[in-house]
Design a protein around this ligand. Structure first.
Ligand SMILES: Cc1cc2nc3c(=O)[nH]c(=O)nc-3n(C[C@H](O)[C@H](O)[C@H](O)COP(=O)(O)OP(=O)(O)OC[C@H]3O[C@@H](n4cnc5c(N)ncnc54)[C@H](O)[C@@H]3O)c2cc1C
Ligand SMILES: NC(=O)c1ccc[n+]([C@@H]2O[C@H](COP(=O)([O-])OP(=O)(O)OC[C@H]3O[C@@H](n4cnc5c(N)ncnc54)[C@H](OP(=O)(O)O)[C@@H]3O)[C@@H](O)[C@H]2O)c1
Length: 382
């Protein structure tokens, strides 16, 4: 099912897969709900490689769909053009085709036209009010402005025309097919929060956690990541930094390196909030350590003490050994949060080169840039 045409299935024609395992990785006392999923791709002609991601087409929460239909006074059987302009009953379109967890600007504009108390929403459509629009949208779904401005009435077709297309979500594959056959494993943090007095959930992560098992098929496709493969030479060492769900591709890579008997050394940095509740795949990693597959394994549990310890702190503590690995040709991999973690780790790497390599800040920049040019600094951050 690769995107290079080896299988019938692709983003445009997703494979109807089956969710076979839905297991919580986080334990009692955790603030998160992070899960291990196994999805069967039997019959798909799968050929993913470690480093790739799986695209998942979710469906929306049925309760939210029913609340929307109720507010709008629709039965749900009204036929409307879905996001691909194909006629579909409104309920089905709201479940499968449209974004209903974030209002589109078009909807806000239509509400402003229909409810005189909502005219200020029109201002948000001006690019000059981009920040106000973002502030307004934060934590609001399609139902919120409809409840706030109850005079706004729509025809089913008009309403459907104000919604944008639901997009698939990508998840790093956390298994090697050499080990799991026609299955694919994922490691997913379920997004949940409360806003404006209602409990909300991320569409795809809650679909996998709560609905995919009952709904039958999970439409999936592969997203190849040619830049994020295990080293081409099995003797090359790997340094992997994967806090939180960033661990996913490294579980896959370690499975692959173990299965292929790769001789290169493997160093893993993992971080989460608490060792007692958030140490994902602990047994597997400790087994790899005992077997010598995992040469070095450093963990950073940020909330086990009253000050933060993050992966970059472990990186700095190990500056001399890390620099030594770089000097001996290791490839550096990072996966997980792009907004803060990846930047902070990058800064720590520069410090490692300065401190352990005796280099100036400018020389450290050149050193890291050279790693990137040589494809020895591989990122998959989101
Ligand atoms: C290449 C790639 C690989 C990835 N791999 C993984 C992986 O292995 N595991 C994983 O878990 N994720 C991974 N992700 C992220 C994943 O694709 C989804 O973005 C994530 O699961 C959220 O999707 P969702 O549909 O559940 O949430 P959405 O429905 O998209 O909701 C998320 C949105 O909810 C809103 N929101 C969240 N919290 C709050 C709050 N407190 N208050 C108000 N609003 C809030 C924000 O607008 C946020 O953008 C990856 C992403 C990429 C691009
Ligand atoms: N899981 C959720 O509920 C949730 C909610 C919203 C967004 N997200 C996003 O989803 C993605 C994955 O989240 P995740 O649950 O896998 O893990 P995560 O939020 O990335 O957290 C994993 C670990 O990284 C730590 N961390 C926080 N800031 C850091 C930094 N600047 N540098 C290094 N480590 C840092 C966290 O510590 P502390 O938490 O103690 O600071 C935690 O120990 C990220 O993009 C995240 O931003 C997740």
């Amino acid at each position: 099912m690769s995107t290079d045409g080896a299988s019938l299935y692709s983003r445009k024609n997703p494979f109807p897969a089956t969710l076979t395992v839905n297991r919580k990785l986080t334990g009692e006392g955790s603030e998160k709900d992070t899960r291990h999923f196994e999805i069967s791709l039997a019959g798909s002609g799968l050929d993913y490689e470690v480093g790739d991601s799986l695209g998942v087409f979710p469906t929306n929460e049925p309760e939210l769909v029913e609340k929307l239909l109720e507010r709008l006074g629709f039965s749900g059987d009204e036929v409307v053009p879905n996001a691909d302009k194909v006629p579909m009953p409104l309920r089905e379109a709201l479940l499968k085709s449209f974004v209903i967890t974030a209002p589109d600007k078009k909807l806000l504009g239509a509400i402003a036209e229909k409810d005189s108390s909502a005219t200020f929403l029109k201002d948000f459509l001006d690019p000059a009010f981009k920040t106000s629009l973002e502030d307004y949208l934060w934590g609001r779904d399609v139902l919120d402005p409809l409840l706030e401005f109850s005079a706004a009435q729509f025809t089913p077709e008009e309403f459907a025309g104000c919604l944008r297309k639901l997009q698939p979500r990508l998840y790093s594959i956390s298994s090697s097919r050499r080990v799991v056959g026609e299955n694919v494993h994922l490691t997913v943090a379920v997004v949940r929060y409360e806003s404006h007095g209602r409990r909300r959930a991320g569409v795809a992560s809650s679909f996998l956690a709560e609905r995919a098992g009952d709904e039958g098929a999970v439409p999936v496709f592969y997203h190849t990541a040619k830049h994020f493969r295990v080293p081409e030479d099995p003797a090359t060492s790997m340094i992997m930094v994967g806090p939180g769900t960033g661990i996913a591709p490294f579980r896959a890579m370690l499975q692959e390196r173990a299965a292929t008997g790769a001789t290169g050394k493997n160093w893993l940095f993992f971080g989460e909030q608490r060792s007692s509740s958030d140490f994902f795949y602990r047994d597997e990693f400790e087994r790899y350590q005992a077997e010598g597959v995992l040469t070095k394994f450093d963990t950073a549990f940020s909330r086990d003490q009253d000050f933060k310890i993050y992966v970059q702190h472990r990186i700095l503590e190990n500056a001399t050994a890390l620099y030594d690995w770089f000097e001996n040709g290791a490839i550096f991999y990072i996966c997980g949060d792009a907004s803060r973690m990846a930047k902070d780790v990058d800064a720590a790497l520069h410090q490692v080169v300065e401190k352990a390599g005796g280099k100036t800040p400018e020389q450290a920049i050149e050193y890291i840039d050279a790693l990137k040019k040589a494809k020895r600094y591989r990122k998959d951050v989101y």
